[in-house]
Design a protein. Structure first.
Length: 112
């Protein structure tokens, strides 16, 4: 049973932490598809940071109300939906909106 919990914890950690670094490595190709300037990556990074700050400030309240398991489940689900939305985005505006939703997913930072 402990092995199952360790696998779940490992998958949650990877699914919540790995996408944070994807913008920097993927932006050179993404920006070509959207015809966006390189500098826009900085704006998207600021949106990600703002969402992360808001998420961490709300984490204690949400964790008390929903519990760790439910918060982790919701966080992983919202992260997966936002990343799926990134792949179907037709403009940089959608990427920015999904970035704010992705980062402020229920207490993402509180789970790390």
């Amino acid at each position: 049973m402990a092995t199952v919990f360790l696998i779940i914890i490992y998958l949650a950690f990877i699914s919540l932490g790995l996408p944070d670094s994807m913008l920097g490595s993927a932006w050179p190709i993404i920006r070509l598809d959207f015809g966006a300037p390189v500098e826009l990556a900085g704006l998207l990074s600021m949106i990600v940071v703002a969402g992360t700050i808001i998420s961490s400030l709300a984490s204690s309240v949400v964790l008390k109300r929903l519990g760790t398991g439910m918060v982790t489940f919701i966080s992983v689900a919202v992260t997966a939906l936002a990343l799926l939305g990134f792949s179907y985005s037709s403009s940089v505006v959608w990427v920015a909106l999904l970035a704010s939703w992705y980062c402020s997913s229920v207490c993402r930072c509180g789970q790390r």
